[in-house]
Ligand binder design. Structure first.
Ligand SMILES: Nc1ncnc2c1ncn2[C@@H]1O[C@H](COP(=O)(O)OP(=O)(O)O)[C@@H](O)[C@H]1O
Ligand SMILES: [Mg+2]
Length: 352
C-alpha cells in the first residue's frame, strides 16, 4: 500500500465505478431509510446512470485509502469522534460531506451570534462568560488572564435581568436555563459546571419559527411552540406573520446558512414586535422525525436533501487541496470550485 497513489472517490484504477451517496446515522429510524429510498427513486426516474445511495459501512480506516462515497449525508458525527475523523479524511479524498465536518467542529453559538450581527440579522444581546469551574486538568494558575472579579454590572447592563444561559456548543435544549433576575441567574450559572456558557437577553416573542434550510436555497418555515411537549411543538398550521416578515425570515435564514456554510440546517427565530431575532442556527443535524415534524415537512426535507445529495454527487470532484484552511468551505470540495469561479470573475472584470 505504501506509496500507492490515492484515487479519488468513485475512481478505481482508471475505471469509473458507480458513484455512491452514503448516509451515516445514529439512533434515528425514519430519515436515513427514507433518504436512501428517495435518492434511488429519483436516480432511476431521472435516468441518471452510475449513481446510487446506501447506508455507509465502515470498519477501521486506513489513512491513505480513499472512501467509497462521492457524497455522505452525516447525521451523527457530532456525537461520535470516530465518525468525525472518518469524515474529515473522506473530505480530503474528495467526498462531499453534508454538513462539512470541519466547519461543524469549528463552530460555536457565540461566534454564530456575532456573525449574525455582522450580517445584519437581528440577534438578542449576548455575552460570553468564563467557565464557572475551570475545565478538567486546568488550575486557577492557568486562568491568570481572566479579570477577577468579573464585571457583572456590565453583563447585566448589556443583557438585562431576564435571559437565557446556554452552552456555546449545546443542542436539544440541554443545559439551557431561562432566568428571571440575578438570584436565578447565579443559581443557574453556579450549576453550569465546566461548560462554556453565553448569557442572552430573553426575546418576548409572539411567534416562533423553526426554518429548515437545504442547499442554502430552499427554506420551509415551520411555526413552532417551544413550550409544548416535544411531540407537539411543530404546529401544523401556516405562520401568522405577514408576507414582508416571512420574506425577511427566509432571507435571514439563507444568509446565515451561506455565511456558516451549512447545507442542511434548522434556523430558529423568535418574533418580537415584528423583528425576527435569530436564536439557534447551529443545527447541522436538524430534527427529521415525521412524528414531530409532521409528514408533509418530513417528506419535503427528504426530497430536498435527496435533490441536494444527487446534485453534489454529480458535480463531485477530485479531492481537496491539502491545506488546512481549504477545508472549511462548504462540503468541502465546492470550496475550491467557488474559489476558482471567483478568480475567473475577477480576471474577467480586470479585462473589461
Ligand atoms: N434569547 C432567547 N429568547 C427566548 N427564548 C429563548 C432564547 N434562547 C433560547 N430560548 C428558548 O430555549 C430553547 C433552547 O435554546 P436554543 O438556543 O435553541 O438551544 P439548543 O441548541 O439546545 O436547542 C429555544 O428553542 C427557545 O425556546
Ligand atoms: Mg434550539
Amino acid at each position: 500500500m505504501q506509496g500507492e497513489r490515492v484515487l479519488p472517490a468513485g475512481l478505481v484504477q482508471g475505471r469509473t465505478m458507480a458513484k455512491k451517496i452514503g448516509v451515516l446515522f445514529g439512533g434515528e429510524n425514519s430519515f436515513p431509510g427514507a433518504l436512501v429510498e428517495e435518492i434511488n427513486a429519483q436516480v432511476s426516474a431521472r435516468g441518471i446512470d452510475g449513481l446510487r445511495a446506501e447506508f455507509v459501512a465502515t470498519g477501521a480506516v486506513l489513512h491513505d485509502r480513499a472512501p467509497r462515497y462521492a457524497v455522505i449525508v452525516d447525521r451523527i458525527s457530532h456525537a461520535v469522534p470516530f465518525y468525525r475523523a472518518f469524515l474529515k479524511q473522506a473530505v480530503l479524498h474528495g467526498t462531499v460531506v453534508i454538513n462539512n465536518p470541519f466547519w461543524a467542529s469549528a463552530d460555536d453559538k457565540f461566534f454564530n451570534y456575532a456573525l449574525a450581527r455582522k450580517l445584519g440579522v437581528a440577534v438578542p444581546a449576548t455575552v460570553l462568560l468564563p467557565h464557572k469551574q475551570t475545565p478538567a486538568g486546568v488550575t486557577d494558575r492557568s486562568m491568570r488572564n481572566l479579570e477577577y472579579p468579573l464585571d457583572w454590572e456590565a453583563v447585566f447592563a448589556a443583557v438585562g435581568e431576564h435571559g437565557f444561559l446556554k452552552p456555546i456548543d449545546g443542542g436539544g435544549g440541554r443545559d439551557v436555563q431561562e432566568v428571571h433576575g440575578r438570584e436565578e441567574f447565579f443559581r443557574a450559572y453556579d450549576q453550569s459546571r465546566e461548560l462554556c456558557m453565553v448569557y442572552q437577553k430573553a426575546v418576548d416573542y409572539t411567534e416562533y419559527f423553526r426554518c429548515y434550510v437545504v442547499g442554502q436555497k430552499k427554506v420551509r418555515i415551520l411555526p413552532y411552540d417551544p413550550h409544548r411537549p416535544h411531540a407537539e411543538r411543530y404546529l401544523q398550521s401556516p405562520p401568522l406573520a405577514g408576507k414582508m416578515l416571512l420574506k425577511r425570515v427566509r432571507k435571514d435564514a439563507i444568509s446565515l446558512c451561506r455565511a456558516l456554510g451549512y447545507e442542511f440546517n434548522s434556523v430558529e427565530f423568535a418574533i418580537e414586535r415584528g423583528v425576527p431575532y435569530a436564536i439557534d442556527f447551529m443545527n447541522p443535524v436538524p430534527d427529521a422525525d415525521p412524528r414531530t415534524l409532521g409528514q408533509a415537512s418530513f417528506d419535503w426535507a427528504v426530497k430536498e436533501v435527496a435533490d441536494l445529495a444527487i446534485a453534489r454527487a454529480k458535480s463531485a470532484s477530485r479531492g481537496q487541496e491539502p491545506r488546512g484552511d481549504a477545508f472549511l468551505g462548504r462540503g468541502s470540495a465546492r470550496g475550491n470550485a467557488a474559489k476558482k469561479k471567483a478568480k475567473a470573475v475577477a480576471i474577467r472584470l480586470k479585462q473589461e
